[in-house]
Design a protein around this ligand. Sequence first.
Ligand SMILES: Cc1cc2nc3c(=O)[nH]c(=O)nc-3n(C[C@H](O)[C@H](O)[C@H](O)COP(=O)(O)O)c2cc1C
Length: 391
Amino acid sequence: MNRNDFLNIADYCEASRSRLPKGLFEFVHRGTEDDVALENNRRAYTSLKLLPRTLIDVSARQASLSLFGKPWAFPFAIAPTGAAGLMWYQGEIALARAAANAGVPFTVATGSLTSMEDVAEKAGGNLWFQLYMWPDKQASYGLVHRAENAGYEALVVTVDTAVNSNREYNVRNGFTVPFRFSRRNVIDVMKKPGWLFNVLARYMATTGMPKYENYPPDMRNSIVAKPMGKAMKKTDALTWRDLRELRKIWPRTLLIKGVLSPEDAVLAIESGVDGIIVSNHGGRMLDCSVAPLSALPAVVNAVNGQVPVLIDGHIRRGSDIAKALALGASAVLAGRPTLYGLATSGQPGAEHVLALLHEELLRVMGLLGRPNLSALDKSCLASASNSILSS
Ligand SMILES: Cc1cc2nc3c(=O)[nH]c(=O)nc-3n(C[C@H](O)[C@H](O)[C@H](O)COP(=O)(O)O)c2cc1C
C-alpha cells in the first residue's frame, strides 16, 4: 500500500469496496431498511457550518486530553464493530494495535471474532469492552468479569438494540456469521480472491471458520449461521434495573452507548454511568432515528456537566470532530472509518485513518483560530443560513 494514494477516509472506503465481497462491504457500509438514518447522520454534519476567528496565534495547537483518567492523543475512540475480524485476518488485534500506537481507546465488541483476552494480550493499550446483554444474565456477567480480569478500562453497554434491525440487504446478499457458503454468496466471494485467500482461508488454515470468540463455548458452538446482524442472541428485556446491576459489578468506567433522548441521559446518570455515548448505532438500527449530532445539544443540556458526553455516527473528517466538540461532546467515536482502513491494508491502513483524522482536526483548529480543545465551543458554529448560534 502506498499511503500517498489515500488522502482521506473516502479513499479508504472506496478501496475497501473493491477488496471486500459485496455482501460484506454492504454489511459494513450500509445502514438499515432505506438508509434514511445513515444519510441523515452525514447531513447533520455537512449542514452545520463553522465560523472562524482570525489573527490568533495557533502555532502551538494541540488536541490531546485526559478523559476517564487516561491520556488520549486526540478526542477519538474506535467504536465497537463485530465485523473487524472479517476485514482482515485477526482484524481486532490489528485495530487495537493501531489504536494503541495512535494513543486512543479501542473498543472490543461482544461479537468480536477474536477473544477479548487475546486482544488484551497481543495489543494492549486503552481497551474498552462493549457488552450486549444476553437473555442468560449470568453468562453476560461472566463476560463482564472476564473484561475486568483482562484489564479492560471501560465497559460500554449498548442499549439501542432491543430487537434485531431490518437489514434487508444482508438477507439479499446471503451473508452470514458464522460464514457459510451458499449459492447466493459464492460468486460474490470468488470475485474477491484477495479476501478469500488472505482472510477466510487463513482462518480456515488456523482456527477454522470465524466465530464469536467471546461467547462461552456452548453458546459459540450453538450459533446457527444467520444473516449478519441477526445472529446475536441479545435480550429484548433489558431495563434500567439491569444497568444498575452492571454498575454494582463493574468497578471501572461504565459507559452507556445508544442514548438519543435527554430523559434517558438523566436516567443513565441516576443509574451510575460515568459517561454517555450519544449514538444511533451508525444508522444501523432504527431507520429514521434522529441524527446523534442533532440530539447532542439537548443531551448535553440535560447532563449539565455531570459526566462526559461522547458521540458517534458518521464522523469522517476532522471538521466533524470539531463540530461535535463545539456542541458539547468531550470526544467522538467512529466505527466504519477504521474498518475501511483495516480492509484496505490491515493495521497500517487503520493507523493511517487515525493519523488522517488527527491531522485534519489540528488543521481545522488552526483555520478556526482555536488552538486548543477548550476553545471549541458554540462560538465556532454558524447555522446553515449563517446566523450565529447563541452561545
Ligand atoms: C460493521 C459494524 C458493526 C458494528 N457492530 C457493533 C457492535 O457489535 N456493538 C455496538 O455497540 N455497535 C456496533 N456497531 C456500531 C458502532 O459501534 C458505531 O456506533 C457506529 O459504527 C458509528 O457510526 P460510524 O460507523 O458512521 O462511525 C457496528 C457498526 C458497524 C459499521
